[in-house]
Design a protein around this ligand. Structure first.
Ligand code: HEC
Length: 107
């Protein structure tokens, strides 16, 4: 019994540890990403969608991304195309924001 409780405690500790490790954009700040995204990204995505809701691109049903590496690559691609002048820092903020809000990838 004591042993079972102990191993339960160990599993919980391990689980929360791996949840903490499973953040693919640890340097990104979601609030900063949200502001950058609103400034540079939203209007074009909105204009692409028949109902004007650009964030539907990110939904499970329409997304083409399958992991955090692809997500970051697409953020970079779109950011470069718009000549946003973003550096690694801004890419991380926006990737973090999109991942926290929509994609929820752990890697
Ligand atoms: C000039 C228009 C335009 C702008 C501005 C733009 N995008 Fe995009 N974005 C697109 C298009 C078009 C696609 C869809 C490509 C496809 O589905 O093949 C897309 C797709 C994406 C996707 C992938 C969606 C998915 O899961 O399949 C991400 C992520 C993304 N954009 C991020 C950004 C970010 C971040 C910015 C701001 C820097 C941005 N975009 C600005 C046109 C734009």
């Amino acid at each position: 019994m004591v042993m079972r409780q102990f191993s339960l405690a160990v599993s919980i500790a391990l689980l929360s540890w791996s949840a903490a490790q499973a953040q693919p954009f640890p340097t990104g700040v979601a609030a900063k990403g949200q502001a950058l995204h609103a400034a540079k990204c939203v209007s074009c995505h909105n204009s692409m969608m028949p109902d004007g809701k650009g964030e539907e691109l990110y939904s499970e049903f329409s997304r083409k991304m399958t992991n955090a590496t692809q997500l970051k690559g697409m953020v970079e691609f779109c950011a470069n195309r718009t000549r946003s002048g973003w550096f690694e820092e801004e890419i991380a903020h926006v990737s973090r924001y999109l991942n926290d809000s929509f994609y929820k990838y752990t890697k």
